[in-house]
Design a protein around this ligand. Structure first.
Ligand code: SF4
Ligand code: F3S
Ligand code: FES
Length: 242
């Protein structure tokens, strides 16, 4: 294993030779390093089941969950390099400060449901339920955020770009048939959805297999364009001042 060790002031790749067992994952090897060689190695994890989104790292340069990356997927004797998420500031070793994501989350207006009908029962089409279920599979691992080139190498873009995880959240709320908020202008002006040029890298790394680009970002871009540039909608907004 080659593991990045350091903190915000700098660091280096450190080599470890670790015995592993059949069926183990990269997180097991990191834990063995902690247990037998470097007790102070910092690595964030929680569930070891691909569900908490804590153990996100970059493994041989690819953003992945350490607990879901089997050692058997590498060649026998191959060096496995584990580095912290590149898009976020390092706290220590493999642990990064992902608070940028929580700040973005706070800027998105919450779900605002219509009043309940007289019989008290909300109703939705099954197709709307299934769409929402896909979006809500997100475990907030932020692998899609770290891979997106708009912010990966451009810290200066962060204030104007919310990133794929949050385009997904915008889409989830905007496409919810019972929601009453209109977040399309915010998606364009605050979240910077126009900066996404549909490279689909986010979709490729999502451990939940969410079709982030096709099912959330592209439909959301279409809605934003309809609201902002459709001449009839534009005229309607001018007349009714919306
Ligand atoms: Fe992780 Fe996928 Fe959610 Fe992005 S959309 S944070 S990659 S689970
Ligand atoms: Fe980034 Fe995904 Fe768009 S990787 S550029 S948000 S398609
Ligand atoms: Fe929870 Fe890996 S430890 S997703």
């Amino acid at each position: 294993m080659r593991v990045w060790r350091g903190d915000a002031t700098g660091g280096e790749l450190v080599d470890y030779t670790v015995p592993v067992e059949e069926g183990e994952v990269v997180l097991d090897a990191l834990h063995r390093i902690q247990a037998t060689q470097s007790g102070d190695l910092a690595v964030r994890w929680n569930c070891k089941a691909g569900k908490c989104g804590s153990c996100s790292t970059e493994i041989n340069g690819k953003p992945r969950l350490a607990c879901m990356t089997r050692l058997s997927t590498f060649e026998q004797g191959e060096t496995i390099t584990v580095t912290p998420l590149r898009t976020f500031p390092v706290i220590r070793d493999l642990v990064t400060d992902v608070s940028y994501n929580y700040r973005v989350a706070e800027t998105i207006p919450a779900f605002a449901p219509q009043p309940r009908p007289a019989d008290g029962a909300y109703r939705m089409q099954q197709v709307d339920v299934e769409r929402g279920q896909e979006f809500r599979k997100c475990i907030e691992c932020f692998l899609c955020q770290t891979v997106c080139h708009v912010i990966r190498d451009h810290e200066e873009n962060k204030p104007a770009f919310s990133g794929p995880r949050f385009f997904l959240r915008y889409a989830e709320l905007e496409m919810h048939p019972l929601d009453t908020n209109d977040r399309r202008q915010l998606a364009r002006e605050q979240a910077g959805i126009g900066l996404c040029n549909i490279t689909k890298c986010c979709t490729e790394v999502c451990p939940e297999g969410i079709h982030i680009t096709d099912n959330a970002i592209i439909p959301m871009k279409e809605r934003v364009v309809d609201r902002s540039f459709d001449p009839v909608t534009w005229l309607g907004r001018k007349i009714f001042r919306r």
